[in-house]
Design a protein around this ligand. Structure first.
Ligand code: BES
Ligand code: ZN
Ligand code: ZN
Length: 498
């Protein structure tokens, strides 16, 4: 929608954007902007309902050089919260994209003071929403230049210092999220496990992380059997990608302990021999979105959050394909922590590669806690739709922190249960556990119950099933149809407070 968006404090603004609540009329601070009374006239028009995202425009005569004012609806005053502001900001951003004016001044301090809303957080919401709107993906378009020429360059500013600071923070988070979205959008004939590894190396070089890739014989030496088996039918070979952030100064005690972020990175999920049917395969290039979000979060961690503890990202990357070498339903594989798994369904492949990463994290990294992100089950879409991701957690303290990061980032999670009865459901007759129970019960929880076998005792762990939230099928809020980069901002916020 925009060619670029940046904070621009110097250039004169061509547009002033401000807000109003439903039925609220003009706030005193907005009135200050209204020398000739034209804003008051505009908000008195019948279409100026103040509904979230509804915009009225006016052209005050005496304002130079800002001839246009947008007044954005902020909804009902008593229902106002961060989500509403993010959507209002997205609506304002979409209008700014149509206008193609160079610089917009965002003036919300006055109106938000009436609901005691933190101006820095408000700036962040605007930065995120407008930065997310700026995402484009023309890589495979033949007429890239023409497309780029149609988009404007937008500068954003505010007379409020706190708001401006938030704006820069939000734009930075959007940049990390847009990195995630680019990876997600890349088609599977390009985005192979090795391509993901190369992207991780590039990121590491650009922002000062270290990157190592375990592949081939090394996978065998490390006994990463899930990746080996799931990935063996494809000519695009599997790998475990490890990216590490090291702080300049490590905090003392627990606060300085390493955090591990794990992402399911299935560059394509055909289902394997348990083949996906009836076109349910379309879109499975996005089965790598857990890993994409971990890389985006590592970008945010290295460039913006800079926590005082090490953070390791592990991407379990493979392609679930078919050939005479494919792993099969009935195969048994034994993991490095000793757990044996009877494969009952090759389409429940994500948990098999995540199991490697969880074992590796617990045995090699010795983490303070682990969070994994995975497009794990269709069942979580049935349960929660696209409104919440499914959260599973074995530790109340970690759960509180993930939920707090969920609130500040606007990436919603809903806690689903872990219970020993679900682990019972995963018992195998010939091995320790099966990878899927055909009883069609509680699939997202089966996934989590399976994964719990690979988390060492005492390690706090959160599993987030993002199958319902990693993409949208129509333009919504700050997103265009396609990948949302879900998890990038939640993980960044989690590390900001952890
Ligand atoms: N990658 C899919 C889950 C998925 C489905 C993600 C739809 C995004 C959209 C996963 O590997 C899968 O196939 N899961 C199966 C598990 C079943 C075979 C136990 C599912 O959910 O149907
Ligand atoms: Zn699958
Ligand atoms: Zn999958």
């Amino acid at each position: 929608m925009f060619e670029s968006v940046r904070v621009d404090g110097r250039a004169p603004a061509q547009v002033v954007v401000t807000g109003m609540f439903e039925g609220g009329g003009l706030e005193p601070a907005v009135r200050d902007l209204d020398a000739d009374g034209s804003i008051a006239t505009a908000v008195g028009r019948p279409e100026a309902t103040g509904e979230c995202g509804r915009i009225v425009e006016t052209f005050p005569r005496d304002r130079k050089p800002a001839p246009r004012v947008l007044v954005v609806g902020l909804g009902k005053r008593d229902k106002f919260k961060v989500d509403v502001l993010r959507n209002a900001a997205a609506a304002a951003g979409r209008r700014l994209a149509q206008l193609r004016e160079g610089v917009a001044s965002l003036e919300f301090d006055g109106v938000l003071r009436t609901v005691k809303f933190d101006p820095m957080l408000a700036g962040r919401c605007f930065g995120e929403s407008i930065g997310l709107l700026a995402w484009t993906y023309d890589t495979f378009k033949s007429k890239k230049r023409e497309l780029a020429a149609k988009r404007g360059k937008l500068g954003l500013r505010s007379t409020s210092k706190a708001f401006t600071k938030g704006l820069a923070h939000g734009l930075s988070l959007a940049e990390s999220t847009n990195l995630t979205r680019r990876l997600s959008q890349t088609p599977p004939n390009v985005a192979t496990p090795e391509w993901m590894a190369e992207e991780a190396r590039k990121l590491a070089r650009a922002v000062g992380l270290t990157c190592t890739v375990i592949k081939g014989k090394q996978l065998e030496a490390e006994k990463l059997v899930g990746l080996i088996n799931v990935g063996k039918a494809s000519e695009n070979k599997p790998c475990l990608i490890r990216v590490e952030y090291k702080p300049r100064k490590v905090a003392a005690g627990k606060a300085g302990k390493k955090v591990v972020l794990i992402g399911k990175t299935m560059t394509y999920d055909s289902g394997g021999l348990s083949l996906k049917i009836n076109n349910t395969m379309v879109g499975m290039k996005r089965d790598k979105d857990g890993g994409c979000a971990v890389l985006g979060a590592m970008h945010a961690i290295a460039t913006l959050v800079k926590p005082s503890r090490p953070v390791v990202g592990l991407l379990a990357a493979a392609e679930n394909a078919i050939s005479d070498e494919a792993y099969r339903p009935d195969d048994v594989i034994t993991y490095r922590n000793g757990t044996s798994v009877e494969v009952t369904n090759t389409d429940a492949e994500g948990r098999l590669v995540l199991a490697d990463a969880l074992c590796y994290a617990c045995q090699v990294e010795k983490p303070a806690f682990i969070v994994d992100l995975a497009t794990l089950t269709g069942g979580v879409i049935t349960a929660l739709g696209s409104t919440y991701a499914g959260l599973f957690c074995n530790d109340n303290n970690l759960r509180d922190r993930v939920e707090a990061a969920s609130v500040s980032s606007g990436e919603r999670v809903w806690l689903l249960p872990l219970h020993d009865e679900y682990r019972e459901m995963m018992k195998s007759e010939i091995a320790d556990i099966i990878n899927s129970n055909a009883n069609r019960k509680a699939h997202p929880i089966q996934g989590a119950a399976f994964l719990s076998h690979f988390v060492a005792d005492g390690v706090p762990w959160a599993h987030i099933d993002i199958a319902g939230v990693h993409a949208v099928d129509a333009d919504t809020g700050p997103f265009v149809k396609g990948p949302t980069g879900w998890g990038t901002r939640l993980l960044a916020d989690l590390l900001a407070m952890a």
